[in-house]
Each structure stands twice: as structure tokens, then as C-alpha cells.
Design a protein around this ligand. Sequence first.
Ligand code: DX5
Ligand code: ZN
Length: 223
Amino acid sequence: MSGCRIHPSILSADFANLEAELHRIETADAVHVDVMDNHFVPNLTLGLPVVERIGQVSALPLDVHLMIDDVDRWAPGYADLGVQSVTFHAEAAAAPVRLARELRSRGTRAAMALRPATAVEPYLDMLPELDMLLLMTVEPGFGGQSFLDIILPKIRRARAAIDGAGLPVALQVDGGITRETILRAAEAGADVFVAGSSVYGTEDPAAAIDALRHVVAPGGSGL
Ligand code: DX5
Ligand code: ZN
């Protein structure tokens, strides 16, 4: 297994109390922020001004997941907020290589996401342009869905390609990550785990983060 970084998704947090909700996950590695436009996915969340405020009050780095159309136009603005990473969907990008380079040139990590039915093979030659690859383990749009085991072979193939090329590309999974499913994803080669409902749906989000880490790295900090 490659590592273990836990990125709680605030999609399952109380949107009326985001600052307090951010304080409940301070032991995490980053905050996962889901931006949805009601076009690329059938749901609407928040946009640039709210992400900017979250960045101002969060002690953790931001991992911004853009589930939006016309992403070549909008993603660079998120990079300019000084977030840790900006993830765009391959299915929404007109020029993914140009966009990844644009994001890096603005000082953020460039990440690309694939929906469950999008094959990874056509994008493997692009790995050197990326800092992180996100393989969705649910159809994007909503929290609380069940982990799709059919993505496990894709995770294995992506991990083999990353290691085979000797690239420092993180491999993130998002959707349905629980204490049960995280181990399967980790064994397949994922090393960054987004978890929404399994963190914020509990009484003690910090304990839920610890429990997820403990499953992947029983003996240590998981880092
Ligand atoms: C779904 C979002 C996820 C979501 C995950 O489209 O991208 O980040 O918050 O939620 P859970 O962990 O509940 O599946
Ligand atoms: Zn997400």
C-alpha cells in the first residue's frame, strides 16, 4: 500500500456552520471541497467566493473538486486562491493538458478526475502533467452513495502505470469511502481518500478520521 491521506468532504457538513465544521476535522490532511454547477452533475453547491472564505478560516489546505462544465474557463480562478490542489474532470475539459499546465503555472497542484465509466487508459500518457489522479468510486453529484467495487481494477491499473513510470502522482478515490471500503481501495493502490458521510455523519469526525487511518495503517500515523 502506498500511503494514507484523509480528505474529509464538507459536502456532508452543516453548510450554515462551515467554520465550526472545519474545526471538527483539524486532524485531517486537507479539506475536500465539492464545487457543483447543476450542469456537469445534477446538484448545486458553492462557488469561488465561498471557497475563498473557507480557505481564509481553514487551518488545513484545500483540495477543490470541480464538478462543473466549461472547466477550462473557471478552474484557474480557484488556483489563484492559493489552494493546495484543483481537480477538474477529464470529461468536462476541452484541453486537459493545457489546463493542467495552467493550474501548475498558478502555483497549485493539478489534478484530473474520471467518472466511473471513463477508462483511465486514454489518459495514462498525461500522468507527467498531473500531481494527482482522482478515480471516482461513485457517480459524482451526491454524498452518501455506495462504493463501486467495479472501480477496483481501474485503481490497480492506474497504480501500476504510476509506479511503472516512477511518477510522484497521488491516486485519490472519492465516494463511498468507509472503514470497510477504504481497505479495498488502499490495497488496490489508492493513497488519498475522500470521505464525506463516514466522517461528518458521525458524532465525532476526528475519531472517524483516526479510524479510517487506522484501517489502512494499523501500526502508525498512516503518513
Ligand atoms: C460526490 C462528491 C464527494 C462526496 C463523497 O460527488 O465528489 O466528494 O462528498 O461523499 P461520501 O463520502 O458520502 O460518498
Ligand atoms: Zn468530491
